[in-house]
Write a protein that binds this ligand. Structure first.
Ligand code: BG6
Length: 506
């Protein structure tokens, strides 16, 4: 099959709305000497500068406690000249005195460079500091009221709380200083092209929308496998676990994109309203159900890519006998007209045998098989969305094997992004630009976060009081599919072998 891109495609257009030129502004990055800033934010901003998508005049003010020079901070990365020219580092504490110092610097920079005082505050700091820093920023006069001619926005990284109560508390403390429309909660999965394309695939193709419901869809699987272990992040991850780290945010966002109703228009609020409706329709987890609605796992020692790696309990920084989940599998239901009776299976794990995020929609089989299927039990039709690292959409079909008889065979129509497009932008690039442009569509609203925590809260509480003890570890590092995941399956269901789609694209 061949595909082509319409010549009229405008690379600079935002398919959710009309792009305008970004306002001149200051991007103030707290945690500016930290890992996230160096790994994700600076490279993304440098790329945006190269693509000429940054405002005509802007400055990046990296703020940190470390005593370093800007040059030193940028010495390890390959950054564009334009980015370097617009970069400065300010060493200060995140307290009122530090914010007062920062305010004076911001005003001076704006005056010297002829930049309107529009402020994008990006909190790339550990979450325990969010509330105090947000308070210091708002009380220190570094924000403008929402109706001011200049804008100020606050970008907040995940984790956004660790349960419902802490998410509400965080919301309350941020909303004391900022209006909801000034708060941009990042979920970097929403910045991925393949995740955004779920909406276009569903709502711009007349062949799929009519069958996107319980009449035709048998079940859906959403899977996020990583080969990485806990790396240097045990301090955070051991108090978090996969359910909080991956499911509450990334996988639930994907689920919403796959299942939401068409929004009335493409405004940020319309799209987010529809996601919220899905979250409201989620059937509460019945922790007594059989088969169980959720299971957890933790990796033991094993081999990943030919290298022997330690088990989670042996990793630096994890608590002895820790019950933290490095793998989870869930069975969910959305109780609305579209999805009644359709099970959704979600799973996510660290230290698996492969990296891949996929959504597989399995369609119901036809009630009657006309062809002689004696030698071939035809597979149901499936649509596979390969979110990453390969980016593709596959449609699995049954076809005729050439020959005298009507022998059946499984075939697939594959659309690989790499066949058509040079690159797909990193999630952070897209989200940083959107926050500068003031487009909150791909950011998470407070009610979305709270509903998602509310849904998972009973399970988190249950696991907190039932340590796994000797049941962990229950899979070996490097396994593709921990057996415990099978426990959530309804009779007749099975997890798909996602690795069979790994080499579909060049
Ligand atoms: C982050 C999690 O949000 O997402 C990490 O905190 C995880 O634990 C990462 O590794 C996965 O992101 P991606 O884009 O590599 O799938």
């Amino acid at each position: 099959m061949s595909f082509s891109v319409d010549d009229k495609t405008r690379s600079s257009s935002n398919f959710f709305g009309v792009r305008r030129d970004p306002d001149n502004c200051l991007l103030i990055i707290y945690g500016g000497s930290g890992d996230l800033a160096k790994r994700k934010l600076f490279p993304s901003l440098s790329n945006l500068q190269l693509k000429k998508q940054m405002p005509k005049r802007y400055k990046i003010i990296a703020v940190g406690r470390k005593d370093v020079q800007a040059d030193e901070l940028l010495s390890m990365g390959k950054y564009s000249d334009g980015f370097r020219k617009n970069f400065l580092y300010v060493q200060t504490d995140y307290d009122p005195a530090g914010v007062a110092k920062l305010k004076a610097i911001c005003e001076q920079v704006c005056a010297e460079e002829g930049i309107e005082p529009n402020y994008l505050h990006y909190m790339a700091i550990p979450p325990k500091g969010y509330s105090d820093l947000a308070r210091a920023i708002s009380q220190g006069g570094l924000i403008h009221p929402p109706k001011n001619r200049n804008w100020s926005r606050l970008v907040v990284e995940k984790p956004y709380g660790r349960d419902l109560a802490s998410a509400i508390e965080l919301d309350e403390s941020l909303l004391a200083g900022f209006a909801e429309k000034q708060i941009y909660r990042i979920d970097h999965y929403l910045g991925k092209e393949t995740v955004q394309n779920l909406l276009v695939f569903r709502f711009a193709n007349s062949v799929f929308e009519p069958i996107w419901n319980h009449h035709y869809i048998e079940h859906v699987q959403i899977s996020g496998s990583e080969m990485l272990g806990v790396e240097e992040r045990a301090d955070y991850f051991d108090k978090s676990g996969s359910l909080r780290d991956m499911v509450q945010n990334h996988l639930m966002q994907i689920l919403c994109m796959v299942t939401m109703e068409p929004p009335v228009n493409l405004s940020a609020e319309s799209i987010r309203d529809e996601k919220v409706k899905v979250l409201r329709a989620m059937r509460p987890l019945d922790l007594a159900a059989q088969p169980p609605v959720a299971v957890r796992g933790q990796y033991g020692p094993g081999i990943v890519k030919g290298v022997a790696v330690p088990g989670y309990r042996e990793e630096k920084g994890t608590a002895p006998e820790t019950s933290t989940d490095t793998f989870v599998a869930l069975r969910l239901h959305i109780d609305n007209l579209r999805w009644a009776g359709v099970p959704f299976y979600l799973r996510s794990g660290k230290r698996m045998g492969r990296k891949g995020t996929e959504v597989v929609v399995t369609f119901k089989k036809l009630p009657h098989v006309l062809f002689n299927a004696r030698d071939h039990e035809a597979e149901p039709n499936r649509i596979v969305f390969k979110i990453q690292p390969q980016e593709a959409i596959l449609l699995e079909l049954t076809s005729k094997n050439p020959g005298q008889s009507f022998e059946l065979t499984d075939t697939s129509m594959n659309f690989c992004y790499s066949d058509l497009f040079d690159t797909t932008a990193d999630g952070y690039e897209r989200l940083l630009l959107d926050s500068v442009l003031g487009d909150p569509t791909l950011f998470v609203r407070s009610d979305e976060t709270e509903l998602s925590w509310a849904f998972l809260d009973p399970l988190l509480k249950h696991w907190a009081v039932t340590p796994a003890g000797k049941a962990f570890p229950n899979y070996a590092a490097g396994e593709d599919h921990p057996a415990v995941a099978d426990e959530v399956l309804l009779p007749g269901a099975q997890w798909l072998e996602f690795s069979k789609w790994d080499n579909v694209c060049p």
